[in-house]
Design a binder for this molecule. Structure first.
Ligand SMILES: Cc1ncc(COP(=O)(O)O)c(C=O)c1O
Length: 401
Protein backbone atom coordinates (compact mmCIF):
# COMPACT_ATOMS: atom_id res chain seq x y z
CA UNK A 1 0.00 0.00 0.00
CA UNK A 2 1.38 3.46 -0.88
CA UNK A 3 2.07 5.99 1.88
CA UNK A 4 -0.80 8.16 0.63
CA UNK A 5 -3.18 5.23 0.88
CA UNK A 6 -2.15 4.55 4.47
CA UNK A 7 -2.98 8.12 5.37
CA UNK A 8 -6.25 8.05 3.43
CA UNK A 9 -7.20 4.76 5.09
CA UNK A 10 -6.56 6.17 8.57
CA UNK A 11 -8.52 9.34 7.90
CA UNK A 12 -11.50 7.40 6.57
CA UNK A 13 -11.45 5.09 9.60
CA UNK A 14 -11.36 8.05 11.96
CA UNK A 15 -14.19 9.78 10.09
CA UNK A 16 -16.27 6.59 10.46
CA UNK A 17 -15.47 6.59 14.17
CA UNK A 18 -16.63 10.23 14.48
CA UNK A 19 -19.94 9.16 12.90
CA UNK A 20 -20.23 6.14 15.21
CA UNK A 21 -19.50 8.36 18.25
CA UNK A 22 -22.08 10.94 17.14
CA UNK A 23 -19.49 13.73 16.95
CA UNK A 24 -19.31 14.06 13.16
CA UNK A 25 -20.05 17.65 12.14
CA UNK A 26 -22.42 18.18 9.25
CA UNK A 27 -22.10 21.57 7.61
CA UNK A 28 -25.29 23.47 6.93
CA UNK A 29 -25.31 25.77 3.92
CA UNK A 30 -27.00 29.14 3.86
CA UNK A 31 -27.78 31.06 0.72
CA UNK A 32 -28.48 34.54 2.12
CA UNK A 33 -26.43 37.01 4.21
CA UNK A 34 -26.03 36.36 7.92
CA UNK A 35 -29.04 38.04 9.61
CA UNK A 36 -31.77 37.30 12.16
CA UNK A 37 -33.32 34.95 9.60
CA UNK A 38 -31.49 33.21 6.79
CA UNK A 39 -32.36 30.76 4.04
CA UNK A 40 -30.79 27.39 4.69
CA UNK A 41 -30.48 24.70 2.04
CA UNK A 42 -33.00 21.95 2.74
CA UNK A 43 -34.69 23.91 5.55
CA UNK A 44 -36.00 27.15 4.00
CA UNK A 45 -36.13 30.22 6.24
CA UNK A 46 -34.73 29.70 9.72
CA UNK A 47 -34.14 31.97 12.71
CA UNK A 48 -30.43 31.99 13.54
CA UNK A 49 -29.60 31.67 17.23
CA UNK A 50 -26.01 30.59 16.75
CA UNK A 51 -24.06 33.30 14.99
CA UNK A 52 -21.75 35.95 16.42
CA UNK A 53 -23.49 38.66 14.38
CA UNK A 54 -24.16 40.37 17.69
CA UNK A 55 -24.91 43.85 16.35
CA UNK A 56 -26.60 42.76 13.13
CA UNK A 57 -23.91 44.46 11.04
CA UNK A 58 -23.05 41.54 8.71
CA UNK A 59 -25.65 42.64 6.17
CA UNK A 60 -25.77 46.34 7.08
CA UNK A 61 -26.07 48.34 3.82
CA UNK A 62 -23.27 50.75 4.80
CA UNK A 63 -20.94 47.93 5.81
CA UNK A 64 -21.56 46.22 2.46
CA UNK A 65 -21.15 49.50 0.52
CA UNK A 66 -17.87 50.25 2.33
CA UNK A 67 -16.55 46.80 1.41
CA UNK A 68 -17.41 47.39 -2.25
CA UNK A 69 -15.72 50.81 -2.19
CA UNK A 70 -12.65 49.24 -0.57
CA UNK A 71 -12.49 46.69 -3.38
CA UNK A 72 -12.85 49.35 -6.08
CA UNK A 73 -10.37 51.73 -4.49
CA UNK A 74 -7.64 49.26 -3.55
CA UNK A 75 -8.31 46.17 -5.67
CA UNK A 76 -8.21 42.67 -4.26
CA UNK A 77 -5.14 43.02 -2.06
CA UNK A 78 -1.50 43.99 -1.59
CA UNK A 79 -0.30 40.86 -3.40
CA UNK A 80 2.37 40.41 -0.76
CA UNK A 81 3.38 41.12 2.78
CA UNK A 82 2.75 44.63 4.16
CA UNK A 83 6.32 45.64 4.85
CA UNK A 84 7.48 44.43 1.44
CA UNK A 85 4.73 45.69 -0.82
CA UNK A 86 3.25 48.65 1.01
CA UNK A 87 0.39 48.94 3.45
CA UNK A 88 -2.91 50.34 2.22
CA UNK A 89 -4.09 53.52 3.89
CA UNK A 90 -7.31 51.66 4.77
CA UNK A 91 -5.28 49.39 7.09
CA UNK A 92 -3.88 52.41 8.90
CA UNK A 93 -7.38 53.89 9.21
CA UNK A 94 -8.79 50.58 10.46
CA UNK A 95 -6.05 50.25 13.08
CA UNK A 96 -6.68 53.81 14.29
CA UNK A 97 -10.39 52.96 14.59
CA UNK A 98 -9.68 49.71 16.50
CA UNK A 99 -7.42 51.53 18.99
CA UNK A 100 -10.01 54.30 19.43
CA UNK A 101 -12.79 51.76 20.00
CA UNK A 102 -11.02 49.75 22.69
CA UNK A 103 -9.18 52.74 24.16
CA UNK A 104 -5.52 51.94 23.60
CA UNK A 105 -2.62 53.94 22.19
CA UNK A 106 -2.33 51.76 19.07
CA UNK A 107 -3.58 48.64 17.31
CA UNK A 108 -2.24 46.27 14.68
CA UNK A 109 -4.50 44.22 12.42
CA UNK A 110 -4.08 40.55 11.52
CA UNK A 111 -6.01 38.33 9.12
CA UNK A 112 -7.81 36.80 12.11
CA UNK A 113 -7.85 37.02 15.88
CA UNK A 114 -6.50 33.47 15.80
CA UNK A 115 -3.43 34.88 14.07
CA UNK A 116 -3.20 37.79 16.50
CA UNK A 117 -3.35 35.40 19.47
CA UNK A 118 -0.75 33.16 17.91
CA UNK A 119 1.54 36.09 17.10
CA UNK A 120 1.53 37.87 20.45
CA UNK A 121 3.12 35.53 23.03
CA UNK A 122 5.59 33.89 20.63
CA UNK A 123 6.84 37.32 19.55
CA UNK A 124 7.13 39.23 22.81
CA UNK A 125 8.04 36.61 25.44
CA UNK A 126 11.50 35.17 26.13
CA UNK A 127 12.98 32.27 28.12
CA UNK A 128 13.06 34.57 31.19
CA UNK A 129 9.29 35.04 31.18
CA UNK A 130 6.07 33.33 32.29
CA UNK A 131 2.57 33.29 30.84
CA UNK A 132 -0.43 32.07 32.86
CA UNK A 133 -3.69 31.26 31.09
CA UNK A 134 -7.25 30.74 32.38
CA UNK A 135 -8.23 27.08 32.10
CA UNK A 136 -11.21 27.88 29.84
CA UNK A 137 -9.43 30.24 27.43
CA UNK A 138 -10.07 29.97 23.71
CA UNK A 139 -8.18 27.40 21.60
CA UNK A 140 -6.27 30.16 19.76
CA UNK A 141 -4.75 31.33 23.07
CA UNK A 142 -3.87 27.78 24.05
CA UNK A 143 -2.17 27.15 20.71
CA UNK A 144 -0.49 30.58 20.80
CA UNK A 145 1.03 29.68 24.16
CA UNK A 146 2.12 26.24 22.95
CA UNK A 147 3.90 27.92 20.06
CA UNK A 148 5.49 30.51 22.35
CA UNK A 149 6.73 27.75 24.66
CA UNK A 150 8.35 25.81 21.84
CA UNK A 151 9.90 28.86 20.17
CA UNK A 152 10.97 31.00 23.14
CA UNK A 153 11.20 28.42 25.98
CA UNK A 154 9.15 30.75 28.15
CA UNK A 155 7.50 29.19 31.20
CA UNK A 156 3.78 28.51 30.84
CA UNK A 157 0.99 27.59 33.22
CA UNK A 158 -2.76 27.36 33.60
CA UNK A 159 -4.80 28.72 36.51
CA UNK A 160 -8.19 27.25 37.48
CA UNK A 161 -11.04 29.02 35.71
CA UNK A 162 -11.63 32.45 37.22
CA UNK A 163 -9.75 31.43 40.37
CA UNK A 164 -7.93 34.55 41.58
CA UNK A 165 -6.41 32.74 44.57
CA UNK A 166 -4.86 30.12 42.28
CA UNK A 167 -3.55 32.85 39.98
CA UNK A 168 -2.16 34.75 42.97
CA UNK A 169 -0.32 31.63 44.21
CA UNK A 170 1.12 30.89 40.77
CA UNK A 171 2.33 34.46 40.29
CA UNK A 172 3.84 34.50 43.80
CA UNK A 173 5.79 31.34 42.96
CA UNK A 174 7.23 33.00 39.84
CA UNK A 175 8.93 36.03 41.33
CA UNK A 176 12.12 35.20 39.40
CA UNK A 177 10.40 35.70 36.04
CA UNK A 178 11.29 38.95 34.28
CA UNK A 179 7.95 39.39 32.46
CA UNK A 180 4.84 37.78 33.91
CA UNK A 181 1.84 37.78 31.58
CA UNK A 182 -1.72 36.72 32.43
CA UNK A 183 -4.26 36.02 29.70
CA UNK A 184 -8.02 35.65 29.93
CA UNK A 185 -10.99 35.69 27.62
CA UNK A 186 -13.16 38.74 28.37
CA UNK A 187 -16.29 36.65 27.76
CA UNK A 188 -16.03 32.86 27.90
CA UNK A 189 -17.83 31.63 24.83
CA UNK A 190 -19.13 28.26 26.05
CA UNK A 191 -20.47 29.66 29.34
CA UNK A 192 -21.38 33.20 28.34
CA UNK A 193 -19.70 34.31 31.57
CA UNK A 194 -17.63 37.47 32.04
CA UNK A 195 -14.06 37.45 33.40
CA UNK A 196 -13.59 39.30 36.68
CA UNK A 197 -11.38 42.00 35.20
CA UNK A 198 -11.22 44.18 38.33
CA UNK A 199 -10.04 41.17 40.35
CA UNK A 200 -7.57 40.05 37.69
CA UNK A 201 -6.19 43.56 37.36
CA UNK A 202 -5.68 43.84 41.11
CA UNK A 203 -3.77 40.53 41.26
CA UNK A 204 -1.70 41.43 38.18
CA UNK A 205 -0.80 44.87 39.51
CA UNK A 206 0.25 43.41 42.86
CA UNK A 207 2.63 40.99 41.11
CA UNK A 208 3.77 43.40 38.39
CA UNK A 209 2.16 41.19 35.74
CA UNK A 210 0.90 42.26 32.32
CA UNK A 211 -2.82 41.58 31.72
CA UNK A 212 -3.87 40.45 28.24
CA UNK A 213 -7.61 40.17 27.54
CA UNK A 214 -8.99 38.44 24.44
CA UNK A 215 -12.26 40.30 24.03
CA UNK A 216 -13.56 38.62 20.88
CA UNK A 217 -17.01 38.07 22.44
CA UNK A 218 -16.95 41.35 24.38
CA UNK A 219 -16.09 43.85 21.66
CA UNK A 220 -19.28 45.49 20.39
CA UNK A 221 -21.22 43.57 23.02
CA UNK A 222 -20.37 44.66 26.56
CA UNK A 223 -20.19 48.12 28.09
CA UNK A 224 -22.74 50.87 27.51
CA UNK A 225 -21.22 51.79 24.14
CA UNK A 226 -19.93 48.34 23.21
CA UNK A 227 -16.24 49.02 23.78
CA UNK A 228 -15.93 45.70 25.53
CA UNK A 229 -15.59 43.86 28.82
CA UNK A 230 -13.31 46.58 30.21
CA UNK A 231 -16.02 49.22 29.57
CA UNK A 232 -18.51 46.94 31.37
CA UNK A 233 -16.24 47.28 34.46
CA UNK A 234 -15.34 50.94 33.86
CA UNK A 235 -11.72 49.98 33.18
CA UNK A 236 -11.14 51.54 29.74
CA UNK A 237 -7.49 52.58 29.48
CA UNK A 238 -6.34 50.16 32.18
CA UNK A 239 -5.93 46.83 30.35
CA UNK A 240 -2.38 46.38 29.05
CA UNK A 241 -3.17 44.33 25.95
CA UNK A 242 -6.45 43.55 24.21
CA UNK A 243 -6.85 41.18 21.30
CA UNK A 244 -10.14 40.95 19.48
CA UNK A 245 -11.83 39.85 16.29
CA UNK A 246 -13.46 41.69 13.42
CA UNK A 247 -15.25 38.44 12.59
CA UNK A 248 -18.06 38.69 15.13
CA UNK A 249 -19.81 41.93 16.20
CA UNK A 250 -17.73 44.17 13.91
CA UNK A 251 -19.15 43.02 10.58
CA UNK A 252 -18.41 39.33 10.85
CA UNK A 253 -16.16 38.96 7.80
CA UNK A 254 -12.68 38.17 9.14
CA UNK A 255 -9.73 39.82 10.79
CA UNK A 256 -8.45 40.54 14.23
CA UNK A 257 -6.17 42.91 16.04
CA UNK A 258 -3.77 43.39 18.91
CA UNK A 259 -4.37 46.67 20.77
CA UNK A 260 -2.00 48.13 23.33
CA UNK A 261 0.94 50.50 23.51
CA UNK A 262 2.54 51.98 20.40
CA UNK A 263 5.76 50.14 21.32
CA UNK A 264 3.96 46.78 21.47
CA UNK A 265 2.34 47.28 18.05
CA UNK A 266 5.61 48.53 16.57
CA UNK A 267 7.48 45.52 17.96
CA UNK A 268 4.87 43.13 16.51
CA UNK A 269 5.18 44.94 13.16
CA UNK A 270 8.92 44.30 13.28
CA UNK A 271 8.94 40.76 14.55
CA UNK A 272 5.58 38.90 14.50
CA UNK A 273 5.82 36.08 11.98
CA UNK A 274 2.08 36.22 11.09
CA UNK A 275 2.78 39.88 10.05
CA UNK A 276 6.06 39.30 8.28
CA UNK A 277 5.21 36.23 6.27
CA UNK A 278 1.60 36.62 5.20
CA UNK A 279 -0.63 39.10 3.40
CA UNK A 280 -2.64 41.76 5.19
CA UNK A 281 -6.44 41.72 5.43
CA UNK A 282 -8.06 42.18 2.01
CA UNK A 283 -8.98 45.85 1.50
CA UNK A 284 -12.66 45.05 1.19
CA UNK A 285 -12.66 43.39 4.62
CA UNK A 286 -10.65 46.22 6.19
CA UNK A 287 -13.06 48.81 4.76
CA UNK A 288 -16.23 47.00 5.84
CA UNK A 289 -14.86 46.36 9.35
CA UNK A 290 -13.94 50.02 9.68
CA UNK A 291 -17.44 51.07 8.68
CA UNK A 292 -18.85 48.56 11.20
CA UNK A 293 -16.83 50.28 13.94
CA UNK A 294 -18.16 53.67 12.86
CA UNK A 295 -21.75 52.38 12.84
CA UNK A 296 -21.25 51.02 16.37
CA UNK A 297 -19.79 54.33 17.55
CA UNK A 298 -22.67 56.27 15.97
CA UNK A 299 -25.44 53.93 17.13
CA UNK A 300 -24.79 52.72 20.70
CA UNK A 301 -28.50 51.90 20.86
CA UNK A 302 -27.61 48.70 18.98
CA UNK A 303 -25.75 47.54 22.09
CA UNK A 304 -28.74 48.39 24.28
CA UNK A 305 -31.06 46.42 21.95
CA UNK A 306 -28.70 43.42 22.10
CA UNK A 307 -28.65 43.54 25.90
CA UNK A 308 -32.43 43.83 26.05
CA UNK A 309 -32.91 40.93 23.61
CA UNK A 310 -30.61 38.73 25.70
CA UNK A 311 -32.38 39.67 28.94
CA UNK A 312 -35.81 38.95 27.45
CA UNK A 313 -34.80 35.63 25.90
CA UNK A 314 -33.11 34.37 29.06
CA UNK A 315 -36.11 35.29 31.22
CA UNK A 316 -38.64 33.71 28.82
CA UNK A 317 -36.63 30.48 28.64
CA UNK A 318 -36.79 30.30 32.42
CA UNK A 319 -40.53 30.90 32.34
CA UNK A 320 -40.85 27.96 29.94
CA UNK A 321 -39.03 25.77 32.49
CA UNK A 322 -35.55 25.63 30.91
CA UNK A 323 -32.36 26.26 32.88
CA UNK A 324 -30.24 28.79 31.01
CA UNK A 325 -26.96 29.66 32.70
CA UNK A 326 -27.32 33.03 34.43
CA UNK A 327 -25.33 35.93 33.03
CA UNK A 328 -25.12 39.37 31.42
CA UNK A 329 -24.06 38.41 27.91
CA UNK A 330 -25.97 37.46 24.74
CA UNK A 331 -24.46 33.96 24.95
CA UNK A 332 -27.17 31.88 26.63
CA UNK A 333 -26.33 28.20 27.12
CA UNK A 334 -29.33 26.05 28.00
CA UNK A 335 -28.16 23.00 29.93
CA UNK A 336 -29.95 19.82 28.80
CA UNK A 337 -27.87 17.08 30.44
CA UNK A 338 -26.69 14.25 28.20
CA UNK A 339 -25.04 14.87 24.84
CA UNK A 340 -27.75 12.98 22.98
CA UNK A 341 -30.41 15.30 24.44
CA UNK A 342 -28.56 18.40 23.23
CA UNK A 343 -28.01 17.01 19.74
CA UNK A 344 -31.62 15.81 19.48
CA UNK A 345 -32.93 19.18 20.70
CA UNK A 346 -30.80 20.99 18.14
CA UNK A 347 -32.11 18.73 15.32
CA UNK A 348 -35.74 19.16 16.38
CA UNK A 349 -35.32 22.93 16.72
CA UNK A 350 -33.99 23.08 13.17
CA UNK A 351 -37.05 21.18 11.98
CA UNK A 352 -39.06 23.88 13.76
CA UNK A 353 -37.16 26.62 11.90
CA UNK A 354 -34.64 27.59 14.60
CA UNK A 355 -30.91 27.05 14.08
CA UNK A 356 -29.08 26.60 17.37
CA UNK A 357 -26.08 24.37 17.88
CA UNK A 358 -25.87 21.59 20.47
CA UNK A 359 -22.60 20.97 22.32
CA UNK A 360 -21.81 17.82 24.25
CA UNK A 361 -18.94 15.98 25.89
CA UNK A 362 -15.92 16.42 25.42
CA UNK A 363 -16.44 20.11 24.41
CA UNK A 364 -18.28 20.65 27.70
CA UNK A 365 -18.20 18.48 30.88
CA UNK A 366 -20.10 15.17 30.97
CA UNK A 367 -23.76 15.70 31.93
CA UNK A 368 -23.66 19.40 31.02
CA UNK A 369 -24.50 19.12 27.33
CA UNK A 370 -26.25 22.20 26.08
CA UNK A 371 -27.68 24.15 23.23
CA UNK A 372 -25.97 27.51 23.06
CA UNK A 373 -28.19 30.40 22.02
CA UNK A 374 -26.57 33.59 20.80
CA UNK A 375 -28.70 36.67 20.51
CA UNK A 376 -28.34 39.56 18.10
CA UNK A 377 -29.52 43.16 18.01
CA UNK A 378 -30.99 42.16 14.64
CA UNK A 379 -33.57 39.87 16.27
CA UNK A 380 -37.03 41.41 16.51
CA UNK A 381 -39.39 40.54 19.34
CA UNK A 382 -41.33 38.49 16.78
CA UNK A 383 -38.18 36.46 15.95
CA UNK A 384 -37.57 35.80 19.64
CA UNK A 385 -41.16 34.85 20.41
CA UNK A 386 -41.25 32.47 17.45
CA UNK A 387 -37.99 30.86 18.59
CA UNK A 388 -39.31 30.57 22.15
CA UNK A 389 -42.48 28.83 20.92
CA UNK A 390 -40.25 26.33 19.09
CA UNK A 391 -38.21 25.80 22.28
CA UNK A 392 -41.46 25.14 24.17
CA UNK A 393 -42.67 22.55 21.65
CA UNK A 394 -39.31 20.76 21.50
CA UNK A 395 -38.83 20.92 25.27
CA UNK A 396 -42.23 19.27 25.85
CA UNK A 397 -41.63 16.68 23.11
CA UNK A 398 -38.33 15.64 24.73
CA UNK A 399 -39.69 15.85 28.28
CA UNK A 400 -37.14 18.55 29.15
CA UNK A 401 -39.71 20.97 30.60
C1 LIG B 1 -12.34 34.11 22.37
C2 LIG B 1 -11.98 33.96 20.92
N1 LIG B 1 -10.75 34.34 20.52
C3 LIG B 1 -10.37 34.24 19.23
C4 LIG B 1 -11.23 33.74 18.27
C5 LIG B 1 -10.75 33.63 16.85
O1 LIG B 1 -11.28 34.69 16.12
P1 LIG B 1 -11.09 34.75 14.54
O2 LIG B 1 -12.31 34.11 13.94
O3 LIG B 1 -10.96 36.20 14.22
O4 LIG B 1 -9.84 34.00 14.23
C6 LIG B 1 -12.51 33.34 18.63
C7 LIG B 1 -13.43 32.78 17.61
O5 LIG B 1 -14.10 31.81 17.78
C8 LIG B 1 -12.91 33.46 19.99
O6 LIG B 1 -14.12 33.08 20.39
Amino acid sequence: MSTTNVLEERLLQQLDQFRADGIYKRLTHITTPQAARVTMEGHGEVIILSSNNYLGLSDHPEVIAAGKRGLEEFGAGTASVRFICGTFTIHRELETACARLVGTEAALSFVSCWNANEALPATVLTADDLILSDQLNHASIIDGIRLAKSITKCQTGVYAHGDLADLDRKLAAASDRVVKMVVTDGVFSMEGSVADLPGLLEVCRRHGAVLWVDDSHGTGVLGRTGRGTHEHFDLVGQIDIITSTLGKALGGAAGGFVAGSAALCDYLTQRARPQLFTNALPATVAASAMRAIEVLEGEPERVAKLTENARYFRAQLQTLGFHPLPGDTPIIPVILGETAAAIRASELLLQEGVFVTGFGFPVVPQGEARVRCQLSAAHSREDLDEALEAFGRVGRQLGLI
